[in-house]
Design a protein around this ligand. Structure first.
Ligand code: PHE
Length: 470
């Protein structure tokens, strides 16, 4: 049994320690967003300008919003909408602000549905490397004697197989449901505490290997050369969206995780650790993937397939390649799981609190909804490839069902949720209440407050406007 919460809702669960909270939150932030989505977005948006603007967004917008979210959760000690409502009530403000939480919960549900599709691809690659290990043995590189195009074509091969895509998607979702159903300290925390540290070590090793064997110089030039002319409204919106996606912001996830944090956790410091670790992993992923992309002559703008197509080529050249490839995809699986668990937890906590359901029931209910949407996303790579659900919106005109969900959540829900959060925390909520929660003093506190009140909402509104209409 989890310990009773220290806050308003009796029986609200808690992390077992401060480091468990940090690992779980880092686990939520670090996931497919860093390894799969970041390189794909960077490549599709021209490299350097995107990457540097992304870092700018993390520091100036992501970090202040992250602190605002965990702070709301910690004060509220309840699911996201109820936490926002509690802060509003304690500030004598309208309860309707809880809409921030409800919209976030809905967005998390949408993201969960397509996130598990990509999780399914990871499961597929685990299978591929496992099979290869049996075939080529322990010491050789992976995929002995096969051409690079052959390895690249594994992913399109999977995309073409609708029923396999659906099966893998549901398998990944089932794993997520399993851990969330077990609860905060024995399920969610367990995955984070045991698996995240292993992931970091292996990942660092692969990046160092990439640096020595791939085209590292070209990758660094590509990722960090700032070309101002490339910074269009659309690129900026993509970078903000990626910053939010990667930090798990604007979708109630961090409010929910904050609600399990104890009163003696310093939230300012914790937010810094989360954002730092997340950004480090994203940049490492870029530095691991792009040298291989350039050395193998792949296209940087290949999109969603980038990680899945480039890294296996590197594993082919490595000694013990199939073993390292297998270990890598198992680690990616765990990193993805610690994120999908947080995506499922936000709507689950809401359903559980609001309808007085058991955790297991709530998890299953939300999971079943995500399964339905997930099937549609899986099929948008094959049987439903021509379906354009948002064809009437220019920004999403070309998007299939999967891309539409990804685009709408990262480019609309997340920034809009963040703007509302900033206005709420910066202007509406009681200043004393906020000061008591944030763990910052002096200049840091003043800077954070100015960012939340002025800088974040204004920059976000401008980017949103130019990204959509510019
Ligand atoms: N941040 C996660 C990742 O980068 C995805 C995520 C988004 C998780 C929103 C929770 C909420 O993979």
């Amino acid at each position: 049994m989890a310990a009773a919460g220290s806050g308003a809702t009796s029986g609200h669960e808690n992390w077992s320690s401060r480091s468990a909270f940090i690992l779980a939150a880092v686990g939520s932030a670090v996931g497919l967003g860093n390894m799969w989505r970041f390189p794909a977005e960077a490549g599709e948006n021209g490299g350097g300008a995107f990457v540097l603007f992304y870092i700018f967004c993390v520091l100036l917008i992501g970090l202040p919003v992250l602190l605002s979210e965990v702070l709301i959760g910690r004060h509220g000690q309840a699911s996201a909408p109820d936490s926002v409502r509690k802060v509003a009530e304690d500030s004598n403000a309208s309860k309707s602000w809880s809409l921030i939480g409800s919209l976030g919960v809905f967005a998390a549900f949408l993201i969960l549905s397509f996130y598990c599709v990509v999780g399914g691809w990871v499961v597929y690659y685990i299978g591929v490397f496992l099979g290869d290990l049996f075939q080529t043995g322990l010491t050789g590189g992976a995929f002995e004697g096969r051409a690079a195009e052959d390895i690249e074509s594994l992913l399109p091969g999977l995309f073409g197989n609708g029923s396999l895509m659906v099966g893998l998607n549901l398998a990944f979702l089932a794993a997520t449901i399993f851990f969330v159903a077990r609860g905060v300290s024995s399920g969610i925390e367990w995955v984070a505490v045991y698996l995240m540290p292993m992931f970091f070590l292996l990942f660092l090793g692969i990046t160092i290997y990439g640096a020595f064997t791939g085209n590292f110089g070209e990758a660094v030039g590509y990722l960090f050369t700032f070309d101002f002319s490339k910074l269009t409204g659309e690129v900026m919106l993509a970078a903000v969206g990626q910053a939010f996606f990667s930090l798990s912001l604007g979708v109630a996830g961090m409010i929910t995780y904050g609600s399990y944090a104890s009163r003696n956790t310093n939230l300012g410091e914790t937010s810094g650790i989360i954002a730092g670790a997340d950004t480090a992993v994203a940049l490492l992923a870029g530095l691991a993937i792009f040298p291989i992309v350039f050395a193998a002559g792949l296209s940087a703008s290949a999109g969603p397939g980038l990680m899945f197509q480039s890294l296996p080529i590197a594993f082919q050249a490595m000694p013990f390649g199939s073993l390292i490839g297998l270990a890598f995809f198992i680690m990616v699986f765990f990193a993805a799981l610690t994120s999908s668990v947080s995506l499922l937890e936000a709507p689950t906590a809401f359903v559980k609190d609001r309808f007085g359901m058991s955790r297991a029931m709530a998890t299953l209910l939300v999971g079943a909804g995500a399964a339905v949407l997930g099937v549609l996303s899986s099929l948008s790579f094959n049987d439903m490839a021509d379906f354009r659900p948002l064809g009437f919106i220019p920004l999403f005109a070309e998007a299939n069902f999967f891309d539409a969900l990804d685009g709408v959540t990262a480019k609309l829900f997340m920034p809009i949720g963040a703007i509302m959060t900033c206005i709420f925390v910066g202007w509406v909520a009681d200043a004393k209440l906020i000061d008591d929660e944030n763990g910052l003093d002096g200049v840091l506190h003043q800077t954070w407050r100015a960012l939340v009140r002025y800088v974040c909402p204004i920059i976000l509104a401008v980017i949103l406007f130019f990204g959509i209409f510019g």
